[in-house]
Every structure is written in structure tokens, then in C-alpha cells.
Design a protein around this ligand. Structure first.
Ligand code: AHM
Ligand code: MG
Length: 338
């Protein structure tokens, strides 16, 4: 039987043999993975443990929090605050960054996360997930503040997500390709099940919330019209559509078999650039997608090159198979030039 490689072994190899990550980062990623294991357990208990339903609170973006959103957030905070690897954490569910309490040593990394993405799917037993991103605290800073988090995604040292579906999977990059691990519920460990995920450049599958079609701007409208025209239109092939409404699940499908995922900005609220958040949704996903051979833009600019201005900043997202992302990005440039 083939030897099972654990997450720890995988990371030790990245640290020791390839010198790709410092030991402290490895330990931090193991703690994050442990927290995801706990969240996976809570998610799988569902109604049995009274985990479903609203928490009766709202987050900083005015969205109703689910009980599991709150539980996942505190699981990540509690797991990570004492290890000595972190300087601060930021979360979709918290207005301000969380600084490490004085009683614990302070480390050199910043951790950002969406503790439970896909809130609308929590109560209906559809896949949801955790998304995370790791940055380095700039040199010489002893009191981390929001401004220190505002680094372009290209500076991420690691990023990943855990998807809680029929099986729980952890998908991770430290800038040397993307590996995925499946949670073995019997041994409780994350076991390597795909050492190198790769997104096919070509695809016949797209994901967008089409109920917003009447609000789309012309390049998105034109692109989706081309896809809908299928083999009778300019693209010359038929496309299929999938929309789980959990970014983690939609991106996981694309990481596995290709496709394009879109959440564009639209005319409803012209000042609001899309729904998804740059720092803890778009950036980590863009890092993973690029590391798997795909592409990610906001329609015109590579997501990883965007200089963030706010911690909870929103951004339009086009990511996945390179040929499709390049095409829809070119349509945006053409429309802009016109
Ligand atoms: P959330 O972080 O509050 O769960 O919102 C993000 C989610 C994404 O997972 C998903 O892609 C999108 O919102 C779905 O949006 P919509 O409900 O418009 O289809
Ligand atoms: Mg989210």
C-alpha cells in the first residue's frame, strides 16, 4: 500500500528539503489546519449539536451572522492566539484586527480569514468552507495595525481553504504549487491526496449568479452571451453552468476540473466593487488559482497586484482557467478603451 503523507510531513519537506518556508510558518499552518479540523467537526454535527440558525448578531458588513460563523471565528482565534507565531489576525467577522494578548509571545506573521464562507448554505447542508491568507508583519513594527495588513496579495507567504463537503479537504499553497489533503476522520489527520493540483487551461464550465444579469456591465453581459450562444456562437463550443453559492465549493470544483468563477461589480451599487472581499477571499483564492496554473483578475487588473486600501475592501473577481479569464479580461480592456 502506498505510504500516506501527512500535512506535517508535507510541510516539513517544504521547510527542510526545499527551504521554502521557515519553521515558524510551518507551525502556524499546522495550527490553522487543526482549527479547520475542529470547524469540520462542528459543521458535521449540524442540528445535533444545535449548531444551525442565526446567532442574532451582525458582522461589520451588516450581514446576519450564523451560529457557525461565530463558532468558526472563535475556533480560529483561540487556536492561533497562544502559539507565538502571530502578530495579529483579521477576519470577515471582526471589524478590527485581533491583536495577540500580552500574556502570549508575539510572532512575525499576520493571519487573515473568512472563518466560514458560504453562510447562505450553512443551514441547508451544502458545502461551506474556511479561507485563509498569511502575510508577514513589516520589519520593525511592534504594534500591528490595519495599515500593516494592507499588502498586495503577491506578498502572501501562504494561502489555503478548507472545504467541508462529503469529505473535508484542505487545499494549500506556500508558493510552490498547490497540494490538497483529505481529513481522515478515523485517524484525525490531514492526509495528502493530491500533491499538485492543476487547473486545465481550457474549460466548458462557468459559474456566475445569473439572477444579477440585468445589472451587469457590458463586458460581462457580452461574455456570458457568448457562453450562452455555445456552439452556435463565436466560442464554437457548448458551455455548462454551475453555481453553488459557496465560493470555496465553486473554486474547489475549478481547482479540480477547471472552469471560470465570476462575481463582477454591477450597476446596482456602482461604488461597491462586487460582493467578495479582497483580503481574505479574493487574494488567497487568486494565489491558489495562479499556483495551479490558472489566472485571477478583477476584470482589468491581476488580483494579486491590487494595493488594498481597506481591510474589508470588496473586489470584482474573475478566476479559474486561464484562457477564459484572459478572454473576459480582454473584453473589459476593449470596453474600457472604447
Ligand atoms: P459570505 O462570506 O457572507 O458567505 O459571502 C460570500 C459568498 C461566497 O461564498 C459566494 O460565492 C457568494 O457569497 C454567493 O453570493 P450570492 O448569494 O449572491 O449567490
Ligand atoms: Mg465569505
Amino acid at each position: 500500500m502506498a505510504r500516506v503523507v501527512s500535512l506535517t510531513q508535507y510541510l516539513v519537506e517544504k521547510q527542510r528539503e526545499k527551504g521554502l518556508i521557515p519553521g515558524e510558518l510551518r507551525l502556524l499552518l499546522e495550527v490553522v489546519a487543526r482549527a479547520c479540523k475542529r470547524i469540520s467537526l462542528s459543521v458535521s454535527k449540524g442540528a445535533l449539536a444545535g449548531m444551525l440558525g442565526d446567532a442574532g448578531t451582525e458582522n461589520v458588513q451588516g450581514e446576519v451572522q450564523k451560529k457557525l460563523d461565530v463558532i468558526a471565528n472563535s475556533t480560529l482565534l483561540e487556536a492561533n492566539e497562544w502559539g507565538g507565531h502571530l502578530a495579529a489576525m483579521a477576519s470577515e467577522e471582526m471589524d478590527e484586527p485581533y491583536t495577540i494578548p500580552n500574556r502570549y509571545p508575539m510572532g512575525e506573521f499576520l493571519l487573515l480569514f473568512d472563518p466560514l464562507d458560504g453562510s447562505s448554505n450553512i443551514d441547508v447542508n451544502v458545502s461551506i468552507g474556511t479561507i485563509f491568507s498569511v502575510l508577514k508583519l513589516p520589519e520593525g513594527i511592534s504594534e500591528p495595525k490595519i495599515e500593516h495588513f494592507l499588502q498586495p496579495g503577491a506578498r502572501q507567504l501562504a494561502a489555503g481553504y478548507a472545504v467541508y463537503g462529503p469529505s473535508s479537504q484542505l487545499v494549500l499553497t506556500v508558493g510552490d504549487g498547490v497540494a490538497s489533503f483529505t481529513l481522515d476522520r478515523e485517524t484525525g489527520s490531514w492526509s495528502l491526496t493530491n500533491p499538485r493540483m492543476s487547473i486545465p487551461a481550457q474549460t466548458r464550465e462557468y459559474a456566475i449568479n445569473a439572477s444579477n444579469a440585468r445589472h451587469w456591465y457590458p463586458p460581462v453581459r457580452q461574455y456570458v452571451d457568448e457562453l450562452l450562444a455555445g456552439s452556435t456562437g463565436s466560442r464554437g463550443k457548448d458551455y455548462n453552468m454551475r453555481w453553488v453559492a459557496s465560493m470555496v465549493a465553486d473554486v474547489h470544483r475549478i481547482m479540480t476540473r477547471g472552469g471560470i468563477f465570476m462575481y463582477p461589480r454591477d450597476a446596482r451599487e456602482p461604488d461597491k466593487p462586487g460582493k467578495l472581499r479582497l483580503m481574505y477571499e479574493a487574494n488567497p483564492m487568486a494565489f491558489l488559482v495562479e499556483q495551479a496554473g490558472g489566472a485571477a483578475t478583477d476584470g482589468t487588473t491581476r488580483i494579486l497586484d491590487i494595493q488594498p486600501e481597506k481591510l474589508h475592501q470588496r473586489v470584482a473577481v474573475f478566476l479559474g482557467s486561464k484562457s477564459e479569464v484572459d478572454h473576459v479580461t480582454a473584453l473589459h480592456h476593449k470596453a474600457g478603451a472604447g
